[in-house]
Design a protein around this ligand. Structure first.
Ligand SMILES: O=c1ccn([C@@H]2O[C@H](COP(=O)(O)O)[C@@H](O)[C@H]2O)c(=O)[nH]1
Length: 275
């Protein structure tokens, strides 16, 4: 999917919501556990209930890998279900990969070719040759960790390197890499006050923003400081949506939570673009 197609979706749906699919068998409604593939059935119901309110889905790969072969199969069925039924929706494999170039190429093939995700999250720590293999794929996107939503982000990401915070160095340096137009960045919603600085360096890039909902970040604050002329944000909520209820009404309640976020986004988009 191109960024233009993603932007068209945002305009059509008046939403820049990304629903995170972090499926934990200890948290899903108990009646699903009797089914052959509870993870997929859970995801399918959530996707069917929210697809018109969001523009992206972000399965976090850890939640699938944790269940071995069954988890990997559920991931494959989930991504195929989205691609077959809702092909306009942007898909993010939240895998936080990155290794020596030779290995990164194989990670990229796994997520872009085999599973056919539109994007994958990548850690920048190993530098240029660990990220460029992901960038080589046309119309696929590499979402690099810049300033993460967790407390530990302050351990390294805000340290000064040659007088500049490390996350700023990461943003600036990555712009010089081959096919850098295929980059997007993760910036946590819990650090809304940093968005102005981020936008000075990457004014036009899409930012994937986790940390609203369960982690307490504010959608309004992120939009105030982080939105660009094409919105430029994908706001993720996982637990706040998918675990809105642990009863048989879980999909309905997930829809209600997604709708609340979409309505807030719609208000912001209408105000900003006077539509
Ligand atoms: O900085 C980051 C990067 C990734 N994440 C991931 O996003 C979701 C957030 O889930 P919530 O339930 O909405 O808190 C989860 O998959 C994280 O691994 C992040 O939170 N922060």
């Amino acid at each position: 999917m191109t960024t233009e197609q993603l932007y068209n979706q945002i305009q059509e749906k008046k939403s820049f919501l990304c629903v995170g699919l972090d499926v934990d068998l200890n948290k899903i409604p108990k009646h699903l556990l009797a089914l052959e593939d509870p993870i997929f059935e859970f995801n399918k119901a959530i996707i069917d209930a929210t697809h018109d309110l969001c523009v992206a889905y972000k399965p976090n790969i850890a939640f699938f890998e944790a269940y071995g072969m069954k988890g990997w199969l559920a991931l494959q069925k989930t991504i195929n279900y989205i691609n077959d039924n809702y092909p306009n929706i942007f898909t993010i494999a939240d895998a936080k990969r990155g290794d020596i170039g030779n290995t990164s190429s194989m990670y990229a093939k796994a997520f872009f070719e085999d599973l056919n995700f539109d994007s994958v999250t990548v850690a920048p720590y190993m530098g240029k040759d660990s990220v460029e293999p992901f960038l080589a794929f046309e119309n696929k996107h590499t979402i690099m960790l810049a300033l993460t939503s967790n407390e530990g982000a302050f351990d390294f990401q805000t340290l000064l390197v040659d007088g500049k915070e490390l996350y700023k160095q990461v943003l600036e340096t990555s712009k010089s890499w081959k096919n850098s137009e295929n980059l997007m960045y993760v910036v946590g919603a819990t650090k809304a006050e940093y968005f102005t600085e981020v936008r000075k360096i990457v004014p036009d890039s899409f930012l994937l923003v986790p940390g609203v909902g369960a982690q307490g970040g504010s959608l309004a604050e992120v939009c105030k400081y982080g939105m660009n002329d094409k919105v430029g944000l994908l706001i993720n909520s996982s637990r706040g949506i998918i675990y809105a209820s642990t009863g048989t009404d879980y999909a309905e309640k997930a829809r209600e939570e997604a709708l609340k976020m979409q309505q807030e986004m719609s208000g912001i988009v209408s105000l900003k673009f006077k539509v």
